[in-house]
Design a protein around this ligand. Structure first.
Ligand code: NAD
Length: 398
């Protein structure tokens, strides 16, 4: 099959197997170019390991730390007629590269929110690794079925209290228009917290701890975002922010539970980047394209792999220590949040419109990052050639 991008709003419905493989290989090259990470964990579980921050975490753990990795994700395999999802091809490529490097890698495809998935992963840890030293929790999902009650929760991106109106970039038409969103109901807030808050992270950690598969000194990390004031009504002070606040409460509880193991739970606040999850958030794509322009000009731009490499190398396991903020959070959004970057983005935000978009926004950077998520636009890939969309993820035996 010859695979081309088919973009529908903020999603691309096709993915290129060879392009995804190149995307993974490029990320591995970034980590390897920085040398091995010392004092590194050797057995790492990544929940949400197929795309975005989770994929980069798995790559940093394997190719920076030399770790055996178990990855959990929810992706679709391809067939002769239809391409699979990018996360499927990323995971296939990751496993191939890990095997070639002599690294253990096992993957699980299915619902991470379920009890069944937790049991399967625990069995694999017991059988193959005995214990894990690090657990990365990087799920981003629009829905969650509660494993005990069967209730299905849906997350929404809405402000809390007042309606919110601000500039918004239509990434398809390249028009800067306005978006207005009505405030969330209490039920919206509760449902979003149930999907993206800390309950499932805690359920994973409880299950792993009860099964005795967490090693002494285990660390666990989950990801959050804060960002600038222009996005606060829709992010930090909105429904998703309520879920992230719940994640922080959970982190403190996990710290207490892990104390007997000398373990530590972290929330790491990461940089705003183009991922499948973030491109769906109103206002955020405009902010990201202004931010990319400013950070690239300053030479401080990072993608998910540079962020995750820095998290493992310098904060979780590095000599520089985690350097938590006043709330105990790791801040690898530090370069995004510097005064000079934020004031430059703020100035641009005030004046940007459809006519001057090219001047202030890194539209090309936004678009190429978005396409790269699905394996398109990568150097060295022959997009005119036939490719096999039905490749399998080796450890899944499909
Ligand atoms: P993403 O969409 O790229 O990745 C989500 C991952 O979760 C994928 O591996 C997917 O397969 C998996 N997943 C979703 N539902 C699942 C389920 N039911 N069972 C198993 N796996 C499932 O998202 P991302 O942007 O990398 O987000 C990861 C985390 O990072 C989120 O907590 C997000 O809030 C946070 N974060 C993102 C940004 C950003 O700008 N993208 C910034 C800071 C923090």
């Amino acid at each position: 099959m010859i695979v081309e991008p088919k973009i529908r709003g903020f999603i691309c419905t096709t993915a290129h197997p060879d392009g995804c493989a190149k995307h993974v290989a490029d990320q591995i090259a970034v980590v390897k170019s920085r040398g091995p990470i010392e004092n590194a964990p050797k057995r790492v579980l990544v929940i949400g390991s197929s795309t975005g921050y989770g994929l980069s975490s798995r790559i940093a753990a394997a190719f920076g730390c030399g770790a055996s990795t178990i990855g959990v994700f929810f992706e679709k395999e391809g067939s002769e007629k239809r391409t699979g999802t990018a996360g499927w091809y990323n995971s296939a490529a990751f496993e191939k590269e890990a095997k070639a490097a002599g690294l253990y890698a096992k993957s699980f495809n299915g619902d991470a929110f379920s009890d069944e998935m937790k049991e399967k992963v625990i069995e694999a840890i017991k059988a193959d690794l005995k214990q894990v030293d690090c657990v990365v929790y990087s799920l981003a999902s629009p829905r969650r079925q509660h494993p005990k009650t069967g209730e299905v929760f849906k997350s929404v991106l809405k402000p809390i209290g007042d309606p919110f109106t601000n500039k918004n970039l239509n990434t398809t038409t390249k028009v800067v228009d306005e978006v207005s969103i009505e405030p969330a109901s209490q039920d919206d807030i509760d449902q979003t917290v149930a999907v993206m808050g800390g309950e499932d992270w805690e359920m994973w950690m409880d299950a792993l701890q009860e099964a005795g598969v967490l090693a002494d000194g285990v660390q666990t990390v989950s990801y959050s975002y804060i960002g600038p004031e222009v996005t606060w009504p829709i992010y930090t002070n909105g429904t998703i922010g309520a879920a992230k606040a719940d994640l922080e409460t959970t982190q403190k509880r996990l710290d207490e539970k892990l104390a007997p193991l000398d373990g530590k739970a972290w929330v790491s606040v990461n940089k705003a980047l183009v991922t499948q999850a973030s491109s769906a958030i109103p206002v955020v794509p405009l902010y990201i394209s202004l931010l990319y322009k400013v950070m690239k000009a300053k030479g401080t731009h990072e993608d998910t792999i540079e962020q995750m490499d820095r998290l493992f190398r310098e904060r979780l396991y590095g000599k520089a220590e985690p350097q938590p903020d006043d709330h105990g959070r790791i801040r690898i959004d530090d370069w995004e949040m510097t005064e000079d970057v934020q004031s430059a983005v703020d100035e641009a935000w005030k004046v940007v419109d459809t006519g001057n978009l090219e001047q202030f926004a890194d539209l090309e950077g936004y678009e190429s990052s978005f396409l790269r998520l699905f394996g398109f636009g990568l150097e060295g890939v022959d997009y005119g050639a036939e490719t096999d969309p039905a490749i399998g993820v080796p450890s899944l035996g499909e």
